[in-house]
Design a protein around this ligand. Structure first.
Ligand code: SF4
Ligand code: SF4
Length: 94
């Protein structure tokens, strides 16, 4: 199986979440809220949905995030729809 950028880079950087957290621009997004800020939630693209803070989609700034380029992400709105890996596997299984 040929691994694309996301799968390769995630393997290499899987343990380096602190670096990705520093680059995450979720706090600048209209969908991000005080609850998520207080819970220090970040990098939904890796960790998946916001457990309880975010439910309303007010737009997503992920496409402008350095992590999107770095990991080759193709999805967005991870805080509501799930991580990149989850959305990819949902697409595969239908
Ligand atoms: S792509 Fe989105 S969820 Fe992932 S680090 Fe960037 S802003 Fe945060
Ligand atoms: S995942 Fe996207 S929609 Fe959710 S807070 Fe981050 S930038 Fe906003």
């Amino acid at each position: 199986m040929v691994m694309d950028t996301f799968e390769t880079v995630l393997k290499e950087k899987g343990q380096d979440q602190e670096h990705l957290r520093q680059e995450c621009i979720c706090p600048d997004c209209p969908t991000y809220n005080d609850c998520a800020r207080d819970a220090k939630e970040l990098i939904y693209c890796i960790v998946g949905r916001s457990p309880s803070c975010i439910t309303d989609d007010l737009g997503c700034t992920c496409p402008g995030c350095p992590v999107t380029v770095e990991l080759g992400l193709v999805y967005q709105t991870f805080c509501i729809l799930g991580s990149e890996a989850e959305q990819r596997s949902a697409e595969k299984t239908g």
